[in-house]
Structures are given as C-alpha cells and as structure tokens.
Ligand binder design. Structure first.
Ligand SMILES: [Zn+2]
Length: 79
C-alpha cells in the first residue's frame, strides 16, 4: 500500500497493492515515477517507482525459503 498526500490540497489517500501493481505495470522502463490524479482537486501527483516497489508485498519478490530440518544427530554409542 502506498500513501499519497496531494501536494496541492494535502488530501491523502492510499493505493492498494492491486493499484500499485497496475501502476508499476503501466510504467515504461525509462519512467521513474507514476503520475496519479488527486481524487479531490485533480492535480497530478508523482509517485516514484521506488515507492511503488517498496509497497508491493514482500512475498511476491522473495522466494520462499524452506525450513531445513537437517539436525545432525550423533549415532547412539553403546559402550
Ligand atoms: Zn489534491
């Protein structure tokens, strides 16, 4: 989720992860920010690519690490 505060009217709203993903998908490789219209005053606000990326859920980018339970148990020594 990205929280946006309009630079003009200071209205703040947030983008859900779905909106963030759509925004990132619409960005051209050479564009470093996403232009979003303030729902209140219609001013264009800029959201940086970095902000969008940081807002994405971690699970989508990080591979799941399986918990390895390979505890080396010493063999029973019968003396
Ligand atoms: Zn505004």
């Amino acid at each position: 989720m990205v929280k946006i505060t309009c630079f003009k009217c200071h209205w703040s709203w947030s983008l859900g992860s779905k909106d963030v993903k759509a925004a990132l998908d619409s960005l051209a490789p050479d564009e470093n920010y996403y232009a979003i219209e303030c729902p209140k005053c219609r001013r264009i606000n800029k959201v940086t690519r970095k902000q969008l990326k940081q807002a994405l859920p971690r699970a989508a980018t990080e591979p799941a690490e399986p918990e390895s339970k390979t505890e080396s148990t010493p063999p029973d020594q019968e003396a």
